[in-house]
Write a protein that binds this ligand. Structure first.
Ligand SMILES: [Zn+2]
Length: 398
């Protein structure tokens, strides 16, 4: 799209709309006569005919840099359910409530309620301001808006590029754009850490941080973190080894690294942790073996409703006893010169911490926990009780 530049007044209109100023308050905010403001706004819509409302006007101006886009913020700092993210992008594409209801096959009243929640969650007054915030947190992106503009006549083609709601919540443990694994050439075979003569896998430039307390070597992946230590960037497939290990070891929430321990009223004096597991993870004696860290009560429903791995059903467990039992990792073997190593052809597999000789050749990627003592719970009931404890009390009194 080749476009003229905007006048300072036109840019100012976009900036005020993005800041949540209502259309009727624009003349006062700009210090311009009402008629002039109307003409300028009309002119903007004529210049950008795809913009069917103020929200899409803001999105297009940021995408085309007609107005300098605002600075980006850490996407993991925003908690927004998947369905509200989806709504926000559709709003940025100029859809109104009726269009969205039709597009998503939802009742108009449901969409209306979800839009109200969206504005409440973002603490904004207008749709244009919601798009502005969505841009900052990289929910509304130039790539998505550009694709929409290219397919503006065909909403399905345009929305096909949307990060599907099935992409699930933004998990703390997921790898993010900009984070890269170390090259396999950094690995070698050396006299191991377990005994003077035992050989094993190592890094050429190994440091103390490369091994866990059991002496197991961990895969290196760089981290891009915000000033507050939060992962930044678009989530990618895959799990960040260091973040998964930390989250699983300390049983923190998989979504936000929140405290996931439920108080002593649940699960005795030691408290309990909420895990969402699938039948695949259940083994002998009913023990669940998992690499998926727990979830806090605030994030539980979000995970249950939108994590792809839970789509075919899940069981909610209040776990009172569990143990770290090993790692998920890949085996390496020495080749030719006895120093160079190559990954074995086996898939990632579980390696028990008791298998000392086997672990010498494993590069660990995820920490494994066995959930041994637990209570199967109704997740929705648990959440209702957690947020409304008096209801539970009065119910048990009556
Ligand atoms: Zn959480």
């Amino acid at each position: 799209m080749s476009l003229k530049t905007l006048t300072p007044d036109e840019q100012s209109i976009i900036q005020h709309l993005a800041a949540g100023v209502l259309a009727r308050d624009l003349p006062a905010a700009l210090g311009l006569p009402k008629r002039t403001t109307q003409d300028l706004t009309l002119g903007l819509h004529k210049l950008l005919p795809a913009a069917r409302n103020h929200a899409s006007l803001v999105a297009i101006c940021y995408t085309t840099a007609l107005v300098a886009p605002p600075p980006l913020l850490d996407p993991s700092d925003i908690f927004l359910p998947a369905e509200e993210r989806e709504l926000l992008v559709l709003i940025a594409m100029g859809m109104n409530g009726r269009d969205i209801a039709k597009h998503l096959g939802r009742a108009a009243s449901t969409v209306g309620e979800q839009i109200t929640s969206l504005l409440g969650d973002l603490q904004v007054k207008t749709w244009a301001q919601a798009v502005h915030i969505g841009w900052q947190f990289q929910i509304v992106t130039a790539a998505v808006i550009r694709t929409w503009l290219e397919h503006a006549k065909d909403v399905n083609a345009a929305t096909a590029v949307l990060p599907a709601a099935s992409a699930g919540p933004l998990l703390y443990v997921r790898t993010r754009e900009g984070e890269v694994p170390d090259t396999p050439r950094a690995l070698c075979a050396v006299g191991g850490p377990f005994s003077a003569e035992a050989r094993g896998l190592s890094y050429w430039d190994q440091t103390a941080d490369d091994r866990d307390e059991n002496g197991v070597l961990w895969a290196r992946v760089s981290e891009v973190l915000s000033r507050s230590g939060r992962p930044v960037g678009r989530p990618l497939q895959g799990v960040h080894p260091a973040r998964q290990r930390d989250t699983m070891r300390n049983q923190r929430c998989r979504v936000g690294y929140c405290t996931a321990r439920l108080g002593p009223t649940r699960g005795g004096s030691g408290g309990a942790y909420l895990y969402l597991v699938t039948a695949k993870e259940q083994g002998a004696g009913g023990v669940y073996r998992t690499v998926e860290p727990p979830v806090c009560i605030e994030h539980a429903l979000l995970c249950a409703d939108s994590e792809p791995r839970l789509r075919d059903g899940y069981t909610a467990l209040l776990v009172t006893s569990s143990a770290i039992t090993g790692v998920l990792g890949r085996r390496y073997t020495p080749v030719d010169d006895g120093v160079t190593v190559a990954a074995s052809r086996d898939n990632m597999a579980f390696h028990s911490y008791t298998d000392h000789s086997g672990l010498r050749w494993v590069l660990a990627s995820q920490l494994v926990r066995d959930l041994t003592s637990y209570e199967v719970v109704d997740l929705r009931l648990l959440i209702r009780e957690a947020f409304n404890p008096s209801a539970e009390e009065s119910a048990s009194c009556s």
